[in-house]
Design a protein around this ligand. Sequence first.
Ligand SMILES: Nc1ncnc2c1ncn2[C@@H]1O[C@H](COP(=O)(O)OP(=O)(O)O[C@H]2O[C@H](CO)[C@@H](O)[C@H](O)[C@H]2O)[C@@H](O)[C@H]1O
Length: 751
Amino acid sequence: MLSSTFVNDYTATESILLLNNHLPPKIPLSANFRPRKSLLHMTFVCSHHHSNVTGGGRVWRVKATGESGSGGDAGGDGDEALQAVIEKSKMLLAKQKALLQQIAERREMITSINSTTISSEKEGIVSEEEERFFLEPEYNLPDDMDDPSSSIVEPIGSTNEYYDDDNDNDDDNDDYVLSKSGIKFPPESYLDSDSKNKVHGTTSEKATTYELPPFVSDISTTYTSSKDAYESTLHHVTDDEDVKVGDDVNSPPLAGPNAMNVILVAAECAPWSKTGGLGDVAGALPKALAKRGHRVMVVAPCYRSYAGLKDTGVRKWYKVNGQDMEAHYFQAYIDGVDFVFIENHMFRNLGSNIYGGNRTDILRRMVLFCKAAIEVPWHVPCGGLCYGDGNLVFIANDWHTALLPVYLKAYYHEHGLMQYARSVLVIHNAAHQGRGPMDDYSYVDLPPHYLDLFRMYDPLGGEHFNIFAAGIKTAYQIVTVSHGYAWELKTTEGGRGLHGVIQENDWKLKGIVNGIDKKEWNPKSDIHLTSDGYTNYSLETLNTGKPQCKAALQRELGLPVRAEVPLIGFIGRLDNQKGVDLICEAVPWMMGQDVQLVMLGTGQPELERMLRELENQHREKVRGWVGFSVKMAHRITAGADVLLMPSKFEPCGLNQLYAMCYGTVPVVHAVGGLKDTVQPFDPYNESGLGWTFHRADSGQLVHALGNCLLTYREYKSSWEGIQRRGMMQDLSWDNAAHQYEEVLVAAKYQW
Ligand SMILES: Nc1ncnc2c1ncn2[C@@H]1O[C@H](COP(=O)(O)OP(=O)(O)O[C@H]2O[C@H](CO)[C@@H](O)[C@H](O)[C@H]2O)[C@@H](O)[C@H]1O
């Protein structure tokens, strides 16, 4: 989330948001369905999706001949015809879901392919030397990519000599194949040729020389031979035998015919890397999407050596500011999700300061990251199969990866590549936009006609280069992390210079409130509550378990261990966004009360200093823990009675969700996601989840906190009611994942 060194980020107008209760009407999904190609073309698309789950060359062959009827506009063909096409698409996609359901089976099959099959395939394995020879002129194209300038039309489903092999399991027709355990999985024709190659350990397509756009390095690929990659994949599969896709591979996926390949790309991903909420989301949302039946991957930079990763053997080269940079791909398969990490010395040298370096350093890293991430579905086999690009949606996150939608369009779509891949951009925080002087355009390596996408002007920054703006304009769909923030983004204060762009693209914007990872954040099973006097607890044991955690926290922090004193917590990045200054202003009032205050955070040096000073001045009552400690974050969430979140703006906010889950009562500034998720306590109806205040000033904070403390002290049963209602909510990712799926589907059918 942080981009503190990215100068010119819109931080000057940290103005208070005065929001009214009016939210804009939701955009119906159908409004996002905007087909512009002919029906004929759409039918081809669907056939492709049916016959080839992950992509490949057939589709662009059709398009290259002009047989798609491109140029025609479906607008006049009427709803009925459109509906028929949609229905047909759904039927065809239903077949495809079989593949996704049975990926786990496929993994099993790969391990069981007998040695005869492998040895018969060995003849087809191209030696490393030969492979380099073939791949050199192709640069980083996927193994199954032919010459896009060819005008030969391959009928859909026709046999291609390069797809043929001698495998006994190979089916000439589209009948299902029985695995050794008797479960059916789809015929070979459901796989893209790249995936077939990986399964059978061959590089079956010959390379073809042709002129490529100048975005990939002209250094030949140097990854290990296909055979090595295949064998390392087998190892991968064997190691992960106990991991299933989804909860039950035999039950139909919740996504139904909408099941697709999803690649979430983010600059951080918990537990491997995390500076804030983006890391949490990147670690958790993919698992919820996988549970729904999608094939899901996360791509993140590799900032250091992570335990348990496998070297895929795949190395690719990309140009960054005129320099050739290597991307080396590592992989893990956890909880039904493929995690792919991209290693390069630029990421490695950062340590824990993952957004460190100057503006252009960060920019260069993100250029490499986006370029290398976009080709993962071509090159990196996961469980034996590359994802391919046929039924694929990328989810980019924040400005760091906002170049991905632009690259997808400029490098690929405009060159007849990845025609059916789509991009969705998620705005977690619009305060950081990847701003710089217009000269920065030279770093992103795009043709001149893309410049205007990046050109922005506002009264504070003047004319400048803005990566987030370009991503928002180019992505097929945009998500932000709450309804409230979706509305705020369109205001001058909330949009931080992007409000005009957001307004123009409102038709593709949707607010989806984040969920929480119940495996990580659950008082019943929280691993950080199993030692040092802490204990796990649940709704049933709230009255004993939570006080025990509170006592343990007081002891651990060296505060007086007193059950009756309200313990107030704050956890967050020490950034102007989080309203730490308001807490500091309220401290004199707080210190006049019988309370304890614990603050955990890291960030701006002057705010870190402030935390230390508060502790020094009020040692009996205040602890200011400067640092990043996941364990302490969990323990404070469990041990505190109250969680303060006086954020100036808060796109969603996760800590208030975690707090409610742990029976800790939030006191929040009613903005963005905080307003969406914390219904104010109503003493007359005994409803609500916490306290809210409507203007970001310390007076209002004190007022809300005063009422909260009064209820804590004087109205015990009301207090317990608030705690229990908070704990009883379903805050899991399941609901949010369903909503994301709608966005992914809208993107998929969008032209
Ligand atoms: N010192 C510390 N030690 C340990 N853990 C710490 C910590 N400081 C913060 N954290 C953790 O980092 C996460 C912060 O998440 P938030 O959603 O509150 O904020 P953030 O502003 O980073 O995220 C942005 O993206 C998210 C995700 O979309 C939005 O919810 C949010 O509004 C938006 O600003 C929480 O898991 C928290 O526990």
